[in-house]
Design a protein around this ligand. Structure first.
Ligand code: NAD
Ligand code: UDP
Ligand code: UDP
Length: 333
């Protein structure tokens, strides 16, 4: 493991200095759906470093083998190429259910599939949790609040979602996933945790992910126009991925069963955010354009953190710079 960690140091955004290798009795078999994705792969790193047995289930729709390939061959690691819309029979003590596209362009690309993944997929994982008696954490989203009428959003807010708009496949899919979780908890005594994740960023986001952080950084690094959608007055709060992973682990370990917001409470307009990124990329000559607003775009969103936006973005920019030079290198081959 020491050797693995040493290899990882080059690739990992975060050295996770606080990760403790657990004693034999504390180790579990943990299933991570969507474990080859952005958030999932960071979670897998911490779980592996703690000494757990980890099973990743992913259909590679938006995830990549590359995100977890440093664990291939490790005796505690297993990767299953599987679509969770279909039943899955494995054994586990805990389940982190993260499988679902998360970026608006990705989840809108095949809305029916997004709904199936979040409904049928979640039923299958809850069925699995029921059969094996595992605790299950569902990755929900701040999108359950829709374009919120209450600001900032407490967990008690029921949301303001357009059920037939372009974001509905994801928003309503996640709302049903939450409903399913609490129905299984009530009816079948399944032990559930629900994390409402707010915008998260960091290395291993896909370069063509389409979310604002990856778009703006890739544009800034290539001196392309930074594309603000709408007037840029809409806000988001951005959480660094290692803080989110801490939150997921803490929630899983806690006895709190109601939904929990996980995110960064510092709010920025998208216009400000474009300037923050531009200023963090030395010599950036990008201009910032405003354009047509996105339909149903939530106008405001905000939910304690360890990594400041400046430090987190710096690490993320370094990662994208490396990705860009890698793809440029590959294209020139
Ligand atoms: P991601 O797209 O990088 O990862 C999702 C993973 O799920 C990918 O590896 C993908 O291949 C896999 N997947 C999708 N559909 C699947 C299916 N049917 N069967 C098996 N695997 C499937 O996204 P992410 O940012 O890592 O998001 C992870 C989870 O967190 C998602 O559930 C997302 O809704 C939630 N979330 C993320 C954010 C964020 O800002 N990153 C915010 C709110 C909620
Ligand atoms: N399921 C699964 N893995 C399991 C157990 C169940 O994928 O280990 C699926 C199963 O195919 C079913 C769903 O989970 O479609 C819900 O299971 P549950 O036991 O709640 O309901 P039922 O089997 O009665 O439909
Ligand atoms: N956005 C933007 N330019 C981009 C991508 C996104 O202005 O190139 C805006 C988008 O309209 C939204 C915010 O940035 O207001 C966050 O978008 P993202 O897709 O990252 O996530 P969301 O919070 O909407 O799920």
């Amino acid at each position: 493991l020491e050797k693995k960690i040493a290899i990882l140091e080059g690739r990992m955004p975060q050295k996770y200095p606080d990760v403790k290798f657990l004693g034999y009795k504390e180790r579990k078999r943990i299933l991570v759906t969507g474990g080859a994705g952005f958030v999932g792969s960071h979670l897998v790193d911490v779980l592996m470093m703690q000494g757990h047995e980890v099973i990743v289930v992913d259909n590679f729709f938006t995830g990549r083998k590359r995100n977890v390939e440093h664990w291939f061959g490790h005796r505690n690691f297993e990767m299953i190429h599987h679509d969770i819309v279909n039943p899955l029979y494995v054994e586990a003590d805990e389940i982190y259910h993260l499988a679902s596209p998360a970026s608006p362009p990705h989840y809108m690309q095949n809305p029916v599939k997004t709904i199936k993944t979040n409904t049928l997929g979640t039923i299958n994982m809850l069925g699995l949790a029921r059969r094996v008696g595992a605790r299950i954490l569902i990755a929900s989203t701040s999108e359950v609040y829709g374009d919120p009428m209450v600001h900032p959003q407490p967990e008690s807010y029921w949301g303001h979602v357009n059920p037939i708009g372009p974001r509905a496949c994801y928003d309503e899919g996640k709302r049903v996933a939450e409903t399913l979780a609490y129905s299984y908890a009530k009816q079948e005594k399944v032990d559930v945790r629900v994390a409402r994740i707010f915008n998260t960023y960091g290395p291993r986001m896909h370069v063509s992910d389409g979310r604002v952080v990856s778009n703006f950084i890739m544009q800034a690094l290539q001196n392309l126009t930074i594309t603000v959608y709408g007037n840029g007055k809409q806000t988001r709060s951005f959480c660094y991925v290692s803080d989110l992973v801490d939150g997921l682990l803490t929630l899983m370990a806690s006895s709190y069963t109601l939904p929990v917001n996980l995110g960064n409470p510092v709010e920025h307009t998208i216009e400000e955010f474009a300037m923050i990124i531009k200023n963090l990329v030395p010599g950036c000559r990008s201009t910032v354009s405003t354009g047509a607003a996105v339909e149903d775009d939530p106008q405001r969103r905000r939910p304690d953190i360890a990594i400041s936006l400046q430090v987190g973005l710096q690490r993320t920019i370094d990662y994208f710079r490396e990705e860009l030079s890698r793809t440029t290198f590959l294209n020139n081959q």
